[in-house]
Design a protein around this ligand. Structure first.
Ligand code: 5GP
Length: 187
């Protein structure tokens, strides 16, 4: 690993767009990439591991760290808090890794403001209809959660314009290649 500081990458996409699947491939294909592990007050889904997928914390603990200025950004999304711990990301960047923040748009806007040089990439669905099909197909959320995530998606798509790059996740391999190409142009 080089001693140079890594690149901070803001990586956003609507719920169900397949950004997690793309991320898994990116991690397999490029050892310079690390995914930041966020804190969240959401309950773990089946198969999610504390400290790996998220740090699952109480609202009280979340707010304590926020008050101590311990987050690069944080936001409320569908009634849960999500935040990027500052220290964790700084350590990875100093070790020379390119650090991806897989976060939603409100947090994304905070990151763009604080770090104007951030490499911002938004993953788009081929269409809203396809997004709905994927969200339902995933089968991890209740109907009302699906509806609330779809409503969020419409707002999020408007903010995609502010990102430096937009990648459509139509075919997985193509989307992964595109993200890697963007990264290698800048890192
Ligand atoms: P999920 O509940 O599906 O894991 O995540 C819901 C949304 O929160 C996704 O768009 C995800 O990218 C976003 N998210 C995950 N971690 C963070 C974070 O640390 N900060 C912000 N602002 N959003 C996050």
């Amino acid at each position: 690993m080089t001693k140079e500081k890594g690149k901070l990458v803001l990586y956003t996409g609507c719920s169900g767009v397949g950004k997690g699947t793309i991320m898994k491939e990116l991690l397999k294909r490029d050892p310079s990439i690390r995914l930041s592990v966020s804190n969240t007050t959401r309950k773990p889904r089946e198969g999610e591991i504390d400290g790996v997928h998220y740090n699952f914390v109480s609202r009280e603990d979340f707010i304590r760290l926020a008050d101590a200025d311990g987050y690069i950004e944080y936001a409320e999304y569908c009634e849960n808090l999500y935040g990027t711990p500052k220290r964790h990301v700084e350590e990875l960047l100093c070790q020379g890794f390119n650090v991806f923040l897989e976060i939603e748009v409100k947090g994304g806007l905070q990151v763009m403001e604080k770090y104007p040089d951030v490499l911002s990439i938004f993953i788009l669905p081929p269409s809203l209809e396809e997004l709905e099909r994927r969200l339902r197909g995933r089968g991890t959320e209740a109907e009302e959660v699906i509806l609330s995530r779809l409503a969020e998606a419409e707002n999020e798509l408007k903010i995609a314009e502010k990102y430096k790059y937009r990648v459509i996740n139509d075919e997985l391999d193509k989307a992964v290649d595109e993200v890697l190409e963007i990264l290698h142009k800048h890192a």
